[in-house]
Write a protein that binds this ligand. Sequence first.
Ligand SMILES: Nc1ncnc2c1ncn2[C@@H]1O[C@H](COP(=O)(O)OP(=O)(O)OP(=O)(O)O)[C@@H](O)[C@H]1O
Ligand SMILES: [Mg+2]
Length: 214
Amino acid sequence: MNLVSAKNISHSFDYELFSNVSLDLATKESIAIIGISGSGKSTLLHLLSTLLKPNSGEVKILGEDVLSLKPKKLSYLRRHELGLVFQSHYLFKGFSGYENLEVSEILAQEPIEDALLKRLEIEHCIHQKVTELSGGQQQRVSIARVLTKKPTIIFADEPTGNLDTVTAHEVMDLFFEYIEQHEAGMILVTHDDTLAHLCDKVYKLEDKELVRVK
Ligand SMILES: Nc1ncnc2c1ncn2[C@@H]1O[C@H](COP(=O)(O)OP(=O)(O)OP(=O)(O)O)[C@@H](O)[C@H]1O
Ligand SMILES: [Mg+2]
């Protein structure tokens, strides 16, 4: 069974963004989506991760048709199986980094792992208020928050956009190790071709179509 399976999805806001997009994510697989700004990458990620409903087409997550899922099942799926790293990271600003992780700890009933904080090099600043952290530190806290949930599917929208090249590669290695060890999968949106090509497959959103380029 695929972790994610999208068939012929189409979406428009004021005009058609894309049509007949199909994509499958298998266990232990990573997929990158690239494309110019405004091509619809974030929108596609929102459609694949249950945040938006496509105008037409089908999205299945862990074999379940998202469009026909009951609200309770959908909440369960979002809380326990899906991990979303957003382009704007939506940390709780009045909280410290650690308190943000505690929210995940409580919701998913999974412990916060010191090894993860060390790996992301945020253990020294995790008790500072979010507003006192640098953009890159905030981004790494949001990645720690998502991985603390132990999701089966990671959806990441420019997760390394605020990071230097070395740190960005370290974060990618962490994601790849995570999906290998937890039998998970990842769909990543990025502007960085080099990072994209570290993934198993690469797709490009161009001229309203999703084209496989690797
Ligand atoms: N909720 C919305 N309502 C109306 N239009 C929207 C909405 N969300 C996105 N759009 C439009 O859809 C288009 C694609 O937006 P999207 O955020 O998916 O692009 P993107 O490829 O992720 O761009 P970027 O690389 O800059 O993040 C844009 O023209 C945007 O204005
Ligand atoms: Mg975007």
